[in-house]
Design a protein around this ligand. Structure first.
Ligand SMILES: [Zn+2]
Length: 486
């Protein structure tokens, strides 16, 4: 790997802006300086720019002469990035800047941190378009939103006036040649169950630990249908099967997952069991684990389980009834409940991202996704029913809307024609089972014709994040061509 000389890459304007963006810390909630950079850049270009209360930045570029009557275009990217670093790396995302590196195989990546190509490349492409004096284009409104990665705060704060355009191109997709025209909505839930607990008797009881590790985990939407083990769901199922076989184990500790938008790849539970049953229960557990691993051998083959007798007894355990309640709540991990007609693309799903026993409270964090109003109603009813059956309480609820695909979109047709002319290849139209800000634009301006595109970005939100250099060039030229012929 060579140290970055991003400006030597093509298109120069895009990579120069991206290099400048890399030098400004800009994780979610800390977009003050990157916003100022966008305002300063607009000023240098002589363009009208504003930053509103939410922190979103708007820049207007009037149409080239003769293009005033063409449909106006909103070009949009988000300002924030996800800050993830290698465990051993010392790095402060609020103070330090990422170091981009050019790899021998044609990518730009970062040294031990996320790169922020998601969505820094989107911002850089838009700035390069605004800077391009030779381009013939309609009226352009550039929109840079804050905090997309956490709660879409910027997009949520938008008004109809902010997106008063005929068409919109969101540059936050991660596969060159794909044109995304729809996305899922999402509902976040925090659920709390306060169990009855009792002291573990000093004699006659033993404790055992079940631990799952090395699961694939993954994105709670994009990967939800890939038949991967959800750590929390898997370990709760094992406990449930044990109780079904008559081993009255009670939960004493439970940990799975840290964030709702990721499938937990590991989990652990401590169980208390009458001493005379411990040997048999471990044997049964081993059989159940073998069956589970066979079932997932094709789709999550590295997931491993360990069952250990513990030397020390915990002080407390859940009562029988409370353990039953928690096991009912495992149904909250519904995974995919409904598919599109193709039988592959998920329509409705729910990921149990967090399930933890802390300070004598069981705490769940869910992310439910849906692509239709009926899907939303269905999954929400299901979650409410399960919560009620397990005598738990919903303590937080938040949602954002889905984006219904329009397969007759004029912009889609134009973008796919221009892609074919540019590359000789056919584009692919997609609808994704994850959230994009475009869903919110459509609610404010239902007539807006929207697509989402972007260069090839792999491993976003991880230290493996990398962007394919050639795809940035293709993406930039693709957008130029769309603007010229719109
Ligand atoms: Zn993004």
């Amino acid at each position: 790997m060579e140290k970055s000389l991003l400006e030597t890459l093509s298109p120069t304007a895009v990579w120069t802006y991206f290099n400048q963006i890399c030098q400004i810390p800009h994780t979610s909630g800390h977009e003050q300086n990157i916003g100022q950079f966008l305002l300063d850049t607009a000023e240098k270009l002589g363009l009208e720019a504003t930053r509103n209360e939410s922190g979103n930045v708007h820049i207007i570029k009037p149409a080239s002469s003769g293009m005033e009557n063409r449909p106006s275009v909103l070009l949009q990217a988000h300002m924030d990035m996800v800050g993830v670093k290698d465990t051993e790396k010392e790095f402060d995302f609020q103070k330090e800047c990422v170091t981009p590196l050019i790899t021998d195989d044609g990518f730009v990546t970062a040294d031990g941190t996320t790169l922020g190509a998601d969505n820094g490349i989107g911002m850089a492409i838009i700035l390069a378009i605004l800077n391009d004096a030779s381009l013939r284009h309609p009226r352009i409104k550039a929109l840079f939103t804050v905090s997309e990665e956490t709660n879409m705060k910027g997009a949520v704060a938008l008004t109809a006036e902010d997106i008063d355009c005929d068409t919109a191109i969101n540059i936050d997709s991660e596969d060159i040649g794909e044109i995304c025209i729809g996305c899922a909505g999402g509902s976040s839930y925090n659920i709390v169950y306060e169990p009855d607990i009792k002291a573990v008797p000093d004699t006659g009881f033993r404790a055992l630990e079940i631990r799952m590790s090395n699961g694939l985990g993954g994105h709670s939407g994009i990967d939800i249908h890939k038949k991967r083990l959800n750590g929390g769901g898997a370990v709760l199922s094992l406990i449930s099967s044990l109780r079904d076989e008559g081993f009255k184990v009670c939960i004493s500790d439970f940990k799975a997952g840290t964030v709702r938008n990721s499938i937990p790849s590991e989990a652990s539970a401590v169980l208390c069991i009458p001493e005379h049953l411990i040997g048999k229960s471990i044997n049964s557990l081993q059989d159940m684990i073998n069956r589970l691993q066979t079932k997932f051998s094709e789709t999550d083959s590295n997931a491993s389980f360990e069952v250990t007798r513990l030397d020390t007894l915990p002080t407390f355990m859940l009562t029988d009834e409370a353990t039953d309640d928690v096991l009912k709540l495992k149904a909250l991990n519904t995974k995919v409940t409904e598919y599109l007609d193709d039988g592959v693309t998920p329509l409705t799903s729910c990921n149990m991202g967090v399930a933890r026993l802390e300070n004598n409270r069981f705490h769940f964090e869910l992310l439910a996704r849906y692509a239709t109003t009926e899907g939303k109603a269905g999954i929400e009813k299901k979650i409410n029913d399960i919560v009620a059956s397990g005598r738990a309480k919903i303590t937080h609820y938040d949602c954002y809307t889905f984006w219904q695909p329009d397969f007759d979109s004029r912009l889609l047709k134009l973008a796919s024609e221009e892609y074919r002319k540019l590359t000789g290849l056919d584009s692919v139209t997609t609808v994704i089972h994850a959230g994009l800000e475009c869903g919110l634009f459509k609610t404010l301006n239902p007539k807006l014709d929207v697509i989402s595109i972007g260069p090839d970005i792999y491993g976003a939100h991880s230290t493996k994040e990398r962007v394919r250099i050639s795809s940035v060039d293709t993406c930039y030229r693709w957008i130029q061509h769309i603007l010229e012929s719109i």
